[in-house]
Design a binder for this molecule. Structure first.
Ligand code: WTA
Length: 632
């Protein structure tokens, strides 16, 4: 057992202290002991957060796939790397060994090369949760191409925006993707997206659903044909530690999503470190993270963290509600899952169902539970603890972000204490702090403020693809010298953190980050819409939901305007962004300088009308009355 995997509270205290006193030694020792490098670094860390300028393991050479695959083959070649559980429970599950993973990734890598992909190219992956998605991600890493995975629930417009932003030359997709009893027409959506993407030369299409699709001659090829032709040997490209590994888009406060850039060395080191510590993975454990690889959770804790640790990771193609709301528990029983990691929104929706859907399954294999993506409320925590963990499983409430690359604040399963609704303590190596609105750091002890991280860690995002200026402005200018998370948090007198939610214009709906500005832009495209303001409001299952206030040109709209707006948002951005409530109003409250007072609209949407604050300074205080009366 590595001495970097914490086994007791006292070891945590000791390691935390060492990690703060000498971070370079801490990370340098861990990186040296635990990975296969082609060449060692010249320097562990160089940084200047005012630029920001961040380099970890500069001068080192590696390929992350050699760490996720090749180095395991001598001892674990026949161990299962991936258990694939298909959408349809009657379709056979696959157990893919590390030997098979090696061959399949190499074949996929050669398939990519044969279709024009090379080191440094950006490859868009728009695929369902099949093993080929994991092969594709690792194949890109194998040849030094930069993957940009776009969640297969996004619309054609969102897909084309992302392809264009990163100027991808190859797109990997499937004819369709199974989701419960539906099929998402991925190739059709891709075709629509590519009408406005000039950079794309090749589209490789996996046949998953036998859907009838169009293939464009010269551009589109079938995955299965190309894969069959490819050799199963492919040398790993030797990468610099600071070369880009991937781009992953996340919502921003302005309309445009941000392409967060992660690099090879630091990301590998930290996802491995956090995976092994937080979940206390032991040889032979079956680990299941229910996220989609289209999100950071899937990147770090389905693919890179578990595979670099030589773990067995479950990939589930389907949805929790198909064929019924007992599916998660059926899969836990079927594959004897030991570690289960999911989102609070899933727990809340499953907790509303008849408990027989849980109790008919044997969940005794479970030893650790986890949550991610949003705060978990006490009721959901209790249900998870009582009905799934049967009071015997630690629950790790893991706080982190696309930008942080890996889990930052969490309990360590069975080692440090978990406290319901608290993410609790930073992992060794992570230095959080709370800031007040004037930019002062709040001294230790019980405090509430804006959550920042005041020292670099290996998997921090390095930039926003193509826009370093925006990266600096979004994360490093608010509190100079510190990384600003955009979240608010409380800290108790023992140093435990409780995340209170976003303090910017991002709303977390069912665990998905949605930018309100992006949704407003989509709504404003409607020909009758003059203006809109989008806010989040508390929702029992989704955590938050979207409330849109809309004014119409000349106050004229049709009877179906609400549905039209919902459809438009769904079509433009994807169904997850659809507003739950729409209120048509003749005006929006504004400051004298013309800025929409979202603070008031948030309060009205949340039904907190008794403390709207001072509205007398508004340009149009009379419209507040109308907004309150018209609340839906
Ligand atoms: C929120 C997901 C409370 C938070 C890994 C953060 C959480 C945003 C938690 C990042 C948690 C994530 N408790 N809030 N355990 N985990 N969040 O980029 O607001 O999709 O800033 O990364 O989710 O979402 P993202």
């Amino acid at each position: 057992m590595s001495n970097f995997v914490v086994q007791s509270q006292s070891q945590y205290d000791q390691l935390y202290k060492e990690s703060i006193e000498n971070p370079e030694k801490f990370w340098g020792d861990f990186a040296e002991q635990e990975f296969a490098w082609r060449k060692k670094w010249d320097k562990v860390l160089e940084y200047d957060l005012s630029k920001p300028y961040i380099k970890w393991f500069e001068g080192a050479k590696l390929n992350i796939t050699e760490n996720c695959i090749d180095r395991h083959l001598a001892t674990k070649g026949n161990q299962t790397a991936i258990i694939f559980e298909p959408n349809n429970p009657n379709e056979e599950a696959l157990h893919i060994t590390y030997n098979e993973l090696a061959k399949n990734v190499n074949k996929t890598a050669n398939m990519l090369k044969a279709n024009g992909a090379k080191k440094g190219d950006r490859i868009c992956i728009y695929m369902p949760m099949t093993p080929e998605l994991t092969y594709a991600v690792l194949a890109c890493a194998r040849i030094g191409a930069i993957h940009s995975v776009v969640f297969a629930g996004f619309s054609a417009k969102s897909l084309s925006d992302r392809i264009n932003d990163a100027t991808c030359n190859v797109v990997l997709t499937a004819d369709g993707g199974y989701r419960g009893d539906k099929i998402t027409p991925l190739k059709e959506i891709t075709d629509e997206a590519l009408q406005s993407c000039d950079s794309v030369e090749k589209v490789i299409v996996l046949n998953r659903t036998n859907s009838k699709i169009a293939m464009e001659y010269g551009r589109d090829v079938w995955w299965q044909d190309e894969f069959a032709k490819a050799s199963d040997e492919c040398p790993a490209e030797v990468m610099d530690a600071e070369d880009m590994l991937f781009i992953l888009y996340t919502s921003g406060s302005t309309g445009k999503p941000k392409g967060m850039v992660h690099t090879c060395g630091g990301y590998m080191v930290y996802t491995n470190y956090s995976f092994r510590n937080v979940f206390q993975y032991e040889e032979g454990d079956i680990y299941w993270c229910t996220a989609d690889i289209g999100w950071i959770t899937g990147h770090s804790y389905i693919v890179y963290g578990p595979l670099s640790a030589g773990a067995t990771t479950v990939m589930f193609e389907g949805v929790p509600s198909y064929p019924d709301m007992g599916r998660f528990w059926q899969v836990v029983e079927k594959h004897k899952v030991n570690i289960f990691y999911t989102a609070p929104t899933a727990i809340r929706s499953l907790a509303t169902c008849d408990i027989s859907l849980v109790n008919q399954y044997d969940l005794s294999s479970l030893k650790t539970l986890g949550t991610v993506g949003e705060p978990i409320n006490q009721e959901a925590w209790d249900w998870y603890n009582n009905h799934i963990g049967k009071g015997n499983c630690p629950i790790v409430d893991t706080w982190w972000q696309t930008e942080t690359g890996g889990i930052m604040i969490t309990s360590i399963a069975g080692v440090t204490r978990d406290i319901p609704t608290y993410a609790t303590l930073p992992l060794p190596g992570i230095q959080p702090c709370l800031m007040d609105e004037n930019g002062n750091e709040l001294s230790e002890g019980e405090q509430e403020g804006r959550l920042c991280i005041k020292y670099p860690w290996p998997s921090m995002a390095r930039t926003i693809y193509g826009n370093h200026q925006r990266f600096a402005e979004t994360y490093y200018n608010t509190f100079p010298g510190k990384y600003f998370t955009g979240d608010g948090a409380k800290r108790d007198s023992n140093g435990n953190y409780r995340i209170t939610g976003r303090v910017d214009d991002i709303v977390i709906v069912s665990g998905h980050n949605l930018g309100t500005a992006e949704i407003e832009n989509a709504i404003n495209e409607h020909s009758n819409v003059a203006e809109s303001a989008v806010v989040g409001y508390p929702h029992d299952i989704k955590g938050n939901s979207i409330y849109a206030y809309v004014t119409l040109k000349n106050n004229v709209g049709s009877e179906t305007i609400n549905d039209e707006i919902k459809d438009l948002v769904s079509k433009t951005l994807g169904p997850i962004c659809k507003p739950e409530k729409i209120q048509i109003t003749s005006g929006l409250p504004k400051t004298r300088s013309g800025k929409i007072m979202r603070r008031i609209l948030r309060k009205v949407a949340a039904n907190e009308m008794d403390n709207l604050g001072d509205i007398s300074t508004l340009l149009n205080p009379e419209c507040v009355e109308e907004v309150i009366k018209g609340r839906v």
